[in-house]
Design a binder for this molecule. Structure first.
Ligand code: AHM
Ligand code: MG
Length: 337
C-alpha cells in the first residue's frame, strides 16, 4: 500500500551531463557529451556480452598474449574492439590508449576530434570465468592547444584529465563518473537501455573499517605496508580491527571503497618494483574519482594525479580511499624505514 509511484522524471546520464554542460555556458560545445554517449554505448554493449558470455562461448583464452605478457581472454579482446570502434566512430577522439594494445591509436581525419581516451576495456580478467564482477575503466584528456593529437597529449599528469570513470558489470551494471565536479553513479535500466542517476554526489566516508589488499603478497611487501596492515589488524586502545575485503577486480574493490570507505591498496613490493596497476588507465581514473569523492590517492609518498607518465603502459603503486585511512598509511611511509 505504501509503494511509491514510479518516477516520471528520470535523470539519465546524458541528461545529467547535458545539464552540466548547459551550466558551464558557452565554453561547452557538447563534444564531451557526445563522447560520453559513445562510452555509455560501449558499456551497454560490453555488459550484454558479459552477461551472455557463458552461453555464446566467450569465456576462456583467445590464444593471444598482450603487451604485459598476459594471456588475453576472449571478452577482453571483444571489449577492446567494441571500444576502439565506437570511440573512433564518435568523431570526438584523437588518441586512444588501451591496456590491450601495445601502441596508441591515432585517429585520422575525418574522424579526428579533440579528446584522448585512455582505457582498460575489461579489467579484472582473472574473475571473468567465475562470473565475478569485472569492469571498464576510462580517463579522458583534451588535446593540448595547438596539438594535432600526439603521444604527448596522453603523457600528462592525471590531474589534467577532464573526466574519468568506470563501469562495473556486476549484479547490476553501474557507471560511475566525474567530469571534475563531484562523482555520480548511474545504474543501467536494462529495459530502457539507459543509465539512470541512482548515486548522486558520491562522497567517501572520511574513515572506513575495511582494508582491501592482496595479502597473498605479504612476503614481498616492504616494511611500511607491513607495519600499516599490522596496525589495522592489531589496533591499540581497544579499537576494533578492520575487516578484509578483496575481490581482485579493481573496479569492484574501488566501487566498494567509494561507497563504504576504507582503503584499497596495490603496493610496490620486492617482486613488483612498481606495483601492478597501470598508471594511465587504472591508477589515474580511480585516483581522479577518489579525489573528486573527497578521498586521497597516493603511491605512499606522492599524489598519484601529480605523476607525469613517461610511457603509456607504466605502472605505479596505488593506495586510495578514505582520507583518514590513507593519511595514516602515508604516515607509515614517512616514518617506517
Ligand atoms: P588485469 O588488468 O590483468 O585484469 O589486472 C588488473 C587487476 C585489477 O583489477 C586488480 O586490482 C588487480 O589486478 C588484482 O591483482 P592480483 O590478482 O595480483 O591481486
Ligand atoms: Mg587491467
Amino acid at each position: 500500500a505504501n509503494e511509491e509511484p514510479p518516477s516520471t522524471d528520470l535523470i539519465t546520464l546524458t541528461r545529467h551531463v547535458l545539464s552540466d554542460q548547459i551550466r558551464l555556458g558557452s565554453s561547452a560545445t557538447g563534444d564531451l557529451t557526445l563522447l560520453l554517449n559513445a562510452i555509455q554505448l560501449t558499456s551497454k554493449f560490453i555488459a550484454t556480452n558479459v552477461r551472455k558470455a557463458r552461453l555464446i562461448n566467450l569465456v576462456g583464452l583467445a590464444g593471444e598474449t598482450n603487451v604485459q605478457g598476459e594471456e588475453q581472454k576472449k571478452l577482453d579482446v571483444l571489449s577492446n574492439d567494441i571500444m576502439v570502434n565506437a570511440l573512433r566512430a564518435s568523431g570526438k577522439t584523437a588518441v586512444l590508449v588501451s591496456e590491450e594494445l601495445d601502441e596508441a591509436i591515432f585517429i585520422d581525419d575525418p574522424y579526428k576530434g579533440k579528446y584522448c581516451v585512455v582505457f582498460d576495456p575489461l579489467d579484472g580478467s582473472s574473475n571473468i570465468d567465475a562470473g565475478v564482477n569485472i569492469g571498464t575503466i576510462f580517463g579522458i584528456y583534451k588535446v593540448q592547444p595547438e596539438s594535432t593529437g600526439t603521444i604527448e597529449d596522453v603523457l600528462r599528469p592525471g590531474r589534467e584529465m577532464v573526466a574519468a570513470g568506470y563501469t562495473m558489470y556486476g549484479s547490476s551494471c553501474n557507471l560511475v563518473m566525474s567530469t571534475g565536479n563531484g562523482v555520480n553513479g548511474y545504474t543501467l535500466d536494462a529495459a530502457l537501455g539507459e543509465f539512470i542517476l541512482t548515486h548522486p554526489n558520491i562522497t567517501i566516508p572520511p574513515r572506513g573499517k575495511i582494508y582491501s589488499f592482496n595479502e597473498g603478497n605479504s612476503m614481498y611487501f616492504y616494511p611500511p605496508t607491513t607495519a600499516y596492515l599490522k596496525s589495522i589488524k592489531y589496533p591499540a586502545n581497544n579499537k576494533s580491527p578492520y575487516s578484509a575485503r578483496y575481490i581482485g577486480s579493481m573496479v569492484a574493490d574501488v566501487h566498494r571503497t567509494l561507497l563504504y570507505g576504507g582503503i584499497f591498496g596495490y603496493p610496490s613490493d620486492k617482486k613488483s618494483k612498481s606495483g601492478k596497476l597501470r598508471l594511465l588507465y587504472e591508477a589515474f581514473p580511480m585516483a581522479y574519482l577518489t579525489e573528486q569523492a573527497g578521498g586521497i590517492a597516493t603511491t605512499g609518498t606522492q599524489r598519484i594525479l601529480d605523476i607525469t607518465p613517461k610511457t603509456i603502459h607504466e605502472r605505479c603503486p596505488v593506495f586510495l580511499g578514505s582520507r583518514d585511512d590513507v593519511q595514516e598509511l602515508m604516515r607509515f611511509y614517512k616514518e617506517v624505514p
